[in-house]
Design a protein around this ligand. Structure first.
Ligand code: MN
Length: 344
């Protein structure tokens, strides 16, 4: 998926307290609705980056969408666009999305399967509902920031059709990335993290209705509700909202009144400061300018350019990059305490 906001806003920040200081243990993060672009733009709920909470572990972007009825409609139509310095994690609850990229990959992802694209120094891809798509589309698109030592590395694409899953009282868990309760995903991650789909039975929020998941105390965690409301730590999380759960836990307890789906995201706090603009994750303003300039020079070349390449199987033009803001883009930490932001 692409961040196709026509005027992505990068806010300037001033120097504040070091990461960790004054951070709340629990924080409910409300999503904002963002059109995904195209003539009949699909609205997505963007939970990350949130205003002050930019990341959870290396997870730096979380869009959820649907369930949306797309019978007789185009559905998701995201033309070729570039990425740098991140992995895209495509996960569906219903429907299907066709991924094509500049490495020549062409792969449809369906519920229970993972499409994982690693951008490194640069890749381009398109994502679309295939012509014979099913009636409902419901899913999530996540980005994982790559650390300094890997972010300029090679691009690759992997599809995983068989991820580890386990059932406990209260629900069933599928491990998408990282490891949880001894079940490890085969997907390659570049920092210690976890991403898991949780299907709660909906047996209520007491007793055996609760699903108890052992987690790493050196991780920070968050729960993103995807269908019905879920409770975590006794707090209710509405679909599209994310409950940040802080660090130092050995267990996360989830429950729901009705059958519900949610994601558990976590990881070692990512201390490198990022510049995120459009579809690029970088470290400096200059790197963003360089990536944007390269994409603008390459995107209309039939054979692509040296950095991003061409998505040959997509019928239609690639997405142009939006204009850069007048202000210098600044690197931002994973968390900024409210009141220390210059832009309010
Ligand atoms: Mn994308």
């Amino acid at each position: 998926m692409s961040n196709v906001e026509t005027r992505p806003v990068e806010q300037t920040v001033c120097d504040g307290p070091p990461a960790g200081e004054g951070e709340p243990d629990i924080e409910l993060l409300q999503p904002r609705e963002v059109p995904l672009g195209g003539p009949r733009a699909m609205l997505v709920r963007r939970s990350l980056p949130n205003r002050d909470r930019r990341m959870v572990g290396a997870w730096c972007f979380a869009d959820s969408y649907g369930p949306t009825r797309i019978t007789g409609e185009a559905g998701m139509q995201v033309p070729p666009h570039p990425h740098t310095g991140l992995q895209t994690v495509s996960w569906l609850l219903d429907g299907e999305v066709l991924h094509q990229d500049s490495l020549g990959s062409r792969r449809t992802v369906r519920p229970g399967e993972l499409n994982l694209m690693t951008a490194g120094a640069g890749i381009a891809h398109s994502e679309e509902s295939p012509p014979d798509h099913s009636d409902t589309l419901h899913g999530v698109q996540l980005w994982v920031a790559q650390p300094e030592e890997h972010r300029n590395g090679p691009a690759h694409f992997d599809h995983y059709g068989d991820l580890p899953a386990f059932t406990e009282p209260g629900g069933t868990v599928t491990v998408i990335m990282g490891e949880l309760a001894g079940a490890a995903s085969p997907a390659r991650a570049y920092t210690p993290l976890v991403g898991a789909d949780v299907a709660l039975d909906g047996g209520g929020t007491g007793g055996d209705g609760r699903l108890r998941l052992p987690v790493q105390p050196d991780f920070e965690h968050a729960v993103l509700a995807l269908s019905e409301p879920v409770t975590a730590d006794g707090r209710t999380v509405a679909p599209g909202s994310m409950l940040y759960l802080g660090r130092g836990r050995r267990e996360v307890v989830l429950a729901a009144e009705k059958p519900a789906r949610a994601l558990l995201l976590g990881g070692v706090p990512f201390e490198e400061h990022l510049v995120m603009w459009w579809n690029f994750v970088a470290r400096t303003h200059e790197e963003i300018v360089e990536a944007r300039t390269a994409w603008e020079a390459e995107r209309e070349l039939a054979d692509g350019g040296a950095r991003f390449g061409a998505v040959r199987g997509y019928a239609g033009p690639a997405l142009p990059a939006p204009a850069l803001p007048n202000a210098q883009l600044r690197a931002r930490p994973r968390y900024r305490a409210p009141g220390t932001r210059r832009d309010g």
